[in-house]
Design a protein around this ligand. Structure first.
Ligand code: C5P
Length: 243
């Protein structure tokens, strides 16, 4: 295969130059993602499952008019995506209290929130992706007020879609994170869902048993995590075949 130019390498993914201007190839690795540096381990097959699951969710979103960067899957580990200018904020939507919200505010895990709550985290690994307010975002120029309004609207639409899909297979979407990118169609600028949507960026609990399938499946045991990914893919009917 011809050598491709690597644009970026993160813990869980690599981005290569795409075949046409304005496109990139996103490669899903098996390691990283759900583990911090001390506990980084390889979970075999996770990249393949995340590639499939992200395809599944983003195709569904594209189909209901929620724009995403996904163009098409290329093979088991790669997908063609639109190049975007990433906004340096992680957008988290929460339906139930858990994780850092429970820690920060003392709300017991699993408490239903009165409405979905959208939060912004500044993407900076050294700082540990701190929670930021709209005031910080505007003052430091990370996004405009219009961007913020668009990001909230986008995140809530993703939440409605994902919650419904997961509910349909007996799983509660407790919370999730998306990244948002800016694209230009001529002079017209808009924001679209970027990065990935997979169990690595969602907190998923079984509706009946409460078993955890997402990022907090059992972070100390990579095999449990792998089983959790497989279970989500199996329920959604998107287990990979050899391509
Ligand atoms: O840890 P916390 O409760 O803030 O996480 C909220 C949501 O954001 C979870 O679904 C988690 O999987 C996701 N998240 C993520 N990547 C991070 C931090 C959080 O996908 N670096």
């Amino acid at each position: 295969m011809a050598r491709r130019k690597k644009i970026y390498e993160g813990k869980a993914k690599i981005l290569y130059e795409g075949p046409e201007p304005g496109t990139l190839v996103q490669y899903f690795k098996d390691d990283g993602g759900a583990f911090d540096d001390e506990h980084r381990e390889v979970v075999e097959g996770r990249g393949v499952l995340n590639n499939r699951l992200s395809e599944f969710f983003m195709t569904g979103l594209n189909g209901i008019g929620v724009p995403t960067h996904f163009i098409r899957r290329i093979n088991m580990r790669e997908q063609l995506i639109r190049a975007v200018e990433i906004i340096p904020l992680a957008v988290v939507v929460r339906n139930f209290a858990a994780g850092s919200m429970s820690d920060r505010l003392g709300i017991p895990e699993g408490t239903a929130l009165p409405r979905p709550i959208v939060e912004f985290y500044f993407k900076d690994e050294e700082l540990g992706d701190p929670l930021v307010t709209e005031e910080h975002i505007i003052a430091f120029g990370w996004a405009s007020q219009q961007d913020l309004d668009d990001m909230v609207a986008l995140a809530l639409r993703v939440n409605d879609f994902l919650s419904g899909v997961m509910m349909g297979v007996g799983i509660r979407l407790v919370d999730f994170r998306i990244e948002v990118g800016r694209v230009w169609d001529g002079d017209f600028q808009r924001l679209i869902v970027a990065d990935e949507i997979s169990p690595d960026s969602c907190r998923l609990w079984d509706l009946r048993s409460g078993a955890r399938y997402g990022k907090d499946a059992d972070g100390s045991d990579p095999h449990k995590l792998s089983e959790a990914h497989t279970e989500v893919a199996r329920r959604l009917g998107v287990l990979p075949t050899n391509v």
